[in-house]
Design a protein around this ligand. Structure first.
Ligand code: NAD
Length: 510
């Protein structure tokens, strides 16, 4: 109750800042395991969101003018402020999202790494640099730099409420933008915690601000005049976000859902593959965009793999206690999706070798391992986002690649094997892939993260993630008058002839 009282006090302060005399609606964030109140939050409507974005615009210039070293110092202070209180934040993540405290702690560690990388590399990646002027313009000095957009809107999901939005928050901020962040209505307290820590280390202006609410608030943010919108969430919502942003030609970054597959080749360490598939499928209750939802195991190791996976899965248990393997489903809707996918798979002739329809016992879902599930089943084609996995027998690794690539999604993938594993990782249609491990790419800050197809486009993390939040600016400066003047009405025919001769010499050789 003490936490709820504090939340209410802060909510009131927020409402005074952004709603003027009006009294906003409030919504509650609840503990998914117990139903206890975690906090009450204002619903930011169109006017309130516009007011926050206007404030952010004032802060943006100040933040951009700080330059790379000034921003790096402050972002590193933010990272320190977060990790010093890692236990508080992990506890809050546990209460609001249901994930075990240890999982929350690891998520924070990954996010802090991302802040450090973005802060430490922004100058090197984005600063003005000279480029070669090329054959036709030797008299020009040419530079490119990457300038911030101004104000970036970030809309986040609930499943990794720290790590996932951080890919946009830290990188947009390091690139010199102010950010308005709308966390999921299922995890607003975690979002607010991050924004509060930032305000402690950057007290001068509201460079990072918070708006709370659901779809209408997200739509309002898309329409509020932000210079770019970074969205992470489901593919269905991404399409709506993109449609609204199209009204004002606001550029979008879309990090959407996935249906990641794991391939087990004939020369794989089957025990390691089973271990990784289990963790990839079940951790965080399977509510992981890059979680393993499908396994394709080649005939030679299929039976051994299914046995190894089933043996391990029978020992994995969700629950409310700290030592549980994973927690409750965060939202009631996800329970319905899991139930529908399992029922459909069984109705179409699939078999559950671990669990079954009875595994759905709200708010928890026990592990479900499905085999012989037809490829056109929802459990194979749609994102399940629960602790279930299908295992399918394939002739060889080439058939596995064809099956993996038949999906409309393409976020991550994993391959277990030796001789051909790296080749297969390069051939699967996905934004990321890991060989002999799962989701390792997500913990390497220098690697861009994002998908293809229905998994979205654009990238967070790494140098590409920094550039994502900038506009390239190209400038040429004439150093001397060229001997062959081409861009004048007083151009001499000889100038064109000599230029073509030069280009023929360089490019025309067979
Ligand atoms: P969601 O699409 O329901 O909601 C995401 C966010 O969008 C929330 O903040 C929500 O309030 C907001 N929103 C909802 N409707 C909106 C609208 N019409 N306009 C603007 N904003 C709107 O997704 P979710 O259930 O919160 O998250 C789970 C999904 O996110 C899964 O599909 C998962 O795969 C995906 N995800 C992707 C990544 C990635 O990096 N690719 C990471 C994490 C989660």
């Amino acid at each position: 109750m003490a936490a709820a009282a504090t939340s209410a006090a802060v909510s009131t302060a927020v409402s005074e800042m952004t709603f003027g005399a009006r009294i906003p609606d409030f919504f509650d964030s609840l503990d998914p395991a117990t139903g206890d109140l975690v906090g009450s939050f204002a619903v930011h409507d169109d006017d309130a969101v516009r007011a926050v974005v206007a404030d952010a615009r004032r802060a943006a210039q100040w933040w951009a003018d700080l330059g790379f070293p000034g921003r790096e110092r402050r972002l590193k202070a933010w990272k320190s402020a977060i990790i010093r209180r890692v236990d508080d934040l992990a506890e809050l993540m546990h209460r609001e999202g249901g994930k075990p405290v240890a999982d929350g702690t690891l998520e924070i560690v990954l996010a802090v790494e991302q802040i450090g990388w973005a802060a430490g590399h922004a100058a090197k990646v984005l600063e003005r640099r000279r480029v070669r002027p090329g054959l036709l313009m030797p008299n020009q000095a040419a530079t490119v730099e990457y300038q911030p957009y101004g104000v970036v809107g970030v809309i986040g999901p609930w499943n990794y409420p720290v790590y996932t939005p951080m890919g946009s928050l830290a990188y947009a901020l390091a690139a010199g933008n102010a950010v308005v962040f709308k966390p999921s209505p299922y995890t607003p307290a975690v979002g607010r915690w991050l924004v509060e820590r930032f305000a402690e280390v950057v007290p001068e202006h509201t460079v990072l601000s918070l708006v709370t609410g659901d779809a209408d608030t997200g739509t309002a943010l898309c329409r509020a005049g932000v210079d770019k919108l970074a969205f992470t969430g489901s593919t269905a919502t991404a399409k709506k976000v993109m449609a609204v942003c199209a009204e004002t030609l606001t550029p979008v970054l879309l990090e959407c859902g996935g249906k990641d597959a794991l391939v087990v080749d004939s020369d794989a360490d089957v025990g390691a593959a089973a271990d990784a598939a289990l963790w990839g499928a079940m951790s965080n209750s399977g509510q992981t965009c890059i979680g393993i939802e499908r396994v394709y195991a080649v005939d030679a190791v299929y039976d051994e793999f299914v046995r190894a996976l089933a043996d391990r899965a029978r020992h994995v248990r969700p629950g409310p206690e700290r030592g549980a393997d994973y927690g409750p489903m965060t939202t009631p809707q996800q329970l319905d999706v899991v139930r529908r996918h399992v029922d459909d798979a069984l109705a179409r002739g699939g078999r559950a070798v671990v669990g079954g329809p009875g595994s759905v016992r709200p708010p928890y879902v026990d592990p479900v391992v499905l085999v012989d599930v037809p490829e056109e089943s929802a459990a194979v084609t749609e994102e399940t986002f629960g602790p279930t996995v299908t295992v399918t027998r394939v002739r060889d690794a080439d058939e596995a690649v064809d099956r993996v690539n038949a999906s409309r999604y393409g976020l991550g993938a994993a391959v277990f094997g030796q001789a051909r594993a790296v080749e297969i990782a390069h051939r699967v249609r996905s934004g990321m892939a890991s060989v002999n491990s799962v989701i390792a790419f997500a913990a390497v800050p220098a690697l861009p993260f994002g998908g293809v197809g229905d998994s979205g486009f654009g990238r967070v993390h790494g140098a590409d993630g920094l550039r994502e939040f900038t506009r390239p600016k190209s400038v040429t400066r004439q150093r001397f008058t060229p001997p062959l003047r081409l861009t004048t009405f007083r151009r001499r025919p000889l100038a064109v002839k000599a230029t073509v001769g030069l280009v023929r010499l360089v490019h025309g050789r067979r």
